[in-house]
Design a protein around this ligand. Sequence first.
Ligand SMILES: C[S@@+](CC[C@H](N)C(=O)[O-])C[C@H]1O[C@@H](n2cnc3c(N)ncnc32)[C@H](O)[C@@H]1O
Length: 272
Amino acid sequence: MNIGSIIASKRKALGLTQQNIAERLNISYQAVSKWENGSSYPDLELLPQLAAVLDTSVDGLLGYPVNALTIYEERYKSEDYYWGLKPNDMCYDIMRLLPPVKPYRVLDIGCGEGKDAVFLAKNGYIVSAFDAAQSGLDKARRLADKSGVGIEFFRADIRDWRPEREYDIIYSSGVFCYLEEGLRREFTDSLKAHTAEGGLNALNVFVEKPFIPTPPDREKSESYKKGWLSGELFMYYHNWLFHRNDEIIFDCHSSGTPHQHCMDILIAEKRS
Ligand SMILES: C[S@@+](CC[C@H](N)C(=O)[O-])C[C@H]1O[C@@H](n2cnc3c(N)ncnc32)[C@H](O)[C@@H]1O
């Protein structure tokens, strides 16, 4: 992503107008508009101040993932696979709905240590996958090598990254919770626009329920200031064909303290 798109996406996520940014930097709103549409760049001296206004770092503005973006950077450093190696059941939904009879292109968003990306690649899909945790990507690459499959892995932040090419299947498990409220519609719209006709988006997201206490290990990230509402993910895909829209509540022991999560699961097909 270029700096203009990053500025626009961070500004929108914070609910700011171009005028708001301009006032804080003591410049004209036309200057901000030009950065965002790529016809000019901010002066170097302005970058730290601009980064502060947009609640990021200069690295973040330039599209570099900020180091240790996620608690998983540490957790993935151990030898064992934190999430195990069993593929998520959405992978089987994908195989049932769009079997790999031709080289379908899959994107795995927030692939972690790569268990699902590798499973799909082993079954004949052409897979690209990204995550914010470098340690997860390193392990995922090792798993792909061991399994004899080639996968395009890259490091990116879901809040800044947007697709630039088309995929047949876009898959993501346990990651959309990192999208701040102001980014969710724009992000899902960009996934939808970059999905081939007849293609699938297979996604899940943790949702809030008033009767389920906040999990003890919930991260303090910005995105969690306002969690996803039950049904919100389904709403963003209201004009696609639903093959699966489930809401499940499950027990979890991840922090050593038993607790529950509620999750919405969506498998939707692009149909014009
Ligand atoms: C619950 S794990 C799920 C991992 C994998 N999808 C799986 O099911 O095994 C959440 C993943 O999101 C990644 N993550 C956290 N913040 C992220 C961000 N801002 N951009 C991209 N990935 C992020 C973490 O590194 C982690 O791998």
